[in-house]
Design a protein around this ligand. Sequence first.
Ligand SMILES: Nc1nc2c(ncn2[C@@H]2O[C@H](COP(=O)(O)OP(=O)(O)OP(=O)(O)O)[C@@H](O)[C@H]2O)c(=O)[nH]1
Ligand SMILES: [Mg+2]
Ligand SMILES: [Zn+2]
Length: 322
Amino acid sequence: MEGVVLESIGGVYRVLLGSDDPGEERGERPGEVPGEEPGEEPGAGRMVDAFLRGRLKQERRTGDRVVAGDRVRVGQGEDGTWTVEEVFQRRSELVRAGPGGHRPKVVAANLDRVVVVVSADHPPLRREQVDRFLALAETCGLEGVLVVNKADLAGDAGALAEVVELYRGIGYTVLPTSVMTGEGLEPFGRILHQGINALVGPSGVGKSSLLNALAPGLSLRVGEVTARLKSGRHTTVGARLLLLPGGGKVVDTPGFSDVGLWGVDPAALPEAFREFQSLAEACRFRGCSHVHEPQCAVQAAVEEGKIDRGRYQSYLDLQAGD
Ligand SMILES: Nc1nc2c(ncn2[C@@H]2O[C@H](COP(=O)(O)OP(=O)(O)OP(=O)(O)O)[C@@H](O)[C@H]2O)c(=O)[nH]1
Ligand SMILES: [Mg+2]
Ligand SMILES: [Zn+2]
């Protein structure tokens, strides 16, 4: 039988049975329950815990593990235990550099969109972090959307508005939200009900809280920021694919702050900065890195204030491998 991996818990994979192709879900109808279509295989819609087949375990040692969102074929043995027998090719993956930068870390597979969540405060919003998360989405070929949560804590309203304006100006969808006041939750829900999304961002910004606000039935664990800082632990411990009532799937992930790109050719990095695109053609040198070349249209745009200096600095940092 086929299925989708919801999460892995200590080497066991929780799989939702059903052969629906994730690509078809973009048109999912509201209220539709996966796996209850007529003609589905018996057992579809059921959740089973499966182990990796020995051979797969060997193959998957190098950081390319089976992750939330992976489409798999599972089988049941005589004794009733389930095994993951095959992992199907991914149509997309969110992959970043793991700790130390020596290995890839696949966060989730078969996504349509990456929703970058940061908070207006507590923890404070850091623009370079936003730039790196958005660049991560771009380099994985995924649409990035920016959510600035805890809008209720934005002391100086001007600072939040500035951030919203900056990233909207570049072409991103930006949503200020608040779980406290309900601001922005409606458009947030509209985005999440389409396709398969992943919420990524630093720890404590309210990713799980936002999902609980959208679908209280999920009852995800959320935690105090202060308690987290003391223990150094994240509240969400592993990436988990969730089904939203009303359609759409979303991967809730544990927060991370050290956003390193994986396997990105430096020559392709400018493509991760949308506002560089139209300008690059005007650079004197083809394949301009926009770092040191003379008559570079991107560097000129930074000087003229047409490209945000912070964005350009984030680009330089990534280009330098920081
Ligand atoms: N003031 C305010 N607090 C919020 C808001 N959203 C979440 N919080 C609080 O922020 C804290 C962290 O929320 P979580 O949902 O656990 O954060 P998370 O991003 O899932 O964190 P990790 O799972 O560690 O990555 C909790 O104490 C929430 O109550 C909001 O919109 N406004
Ligand atoms: Mg969480
Ligand atoms: Zn250039």
